[in-house]
Design a protein around this ligand. Structure first.
Ligand SMILES: [Zn+2]
Length: 82
C-alpha cells in the first residue's frame, strides 16, 4: 500500500509488506497538503510494483496505507528506482 514520505530525508522507504519501487507527485507538489509524517516536509507518494503499474496505466487516485486518506497524483510521470 502506498505511503507518503518526503524525498529529502525519508526517501525509498522500506515496508515489511511492501517494496517501494517508484514514487509519484501529489497534486500541487511541492506546495501540497501531503506531508511526510516523519518530518512534516512535503511528501511524495511511494508505490509498490502493482501501484506503480496502475499509475503508469493511468490511475491517478491512490489509496494510501491504512486507508485513512486517498491522494491524487499530478500528471508528471512516475519516478522509478534505477
Ligand atoms: Zn520526511
Amino acid at each position: 500500500m502506498a505511503l507518503c514520505r518526503c524525498i529529502e530525508e525519508h526517501s525509498w522507504p522500506r515496508g515489511k509488506e511492501n517494496i517501494y519501487v517508484a514514487y509519484v507527485y501529489p497534486i500541487g507538489y511541492p506546495t501540497t497538503a501531503a506531508l511526510c509524517p516523519l518530518c512534516q516536509r512535503s511528501g511524495v507518494i511511494w508505490l509498490n510494483e502493482d501501484e506503480a503499474n496502475a499509475v503508469e496505466a493511468g490511475q491517478r487516485i491512490i489509496k494510501m496505507k491504512t486507508n485513512s486518506v486517498w491522494l491524487k497524483a499530478d500528471d508528471r510521470p512516475i519516478v522509478r528506482r534505477t
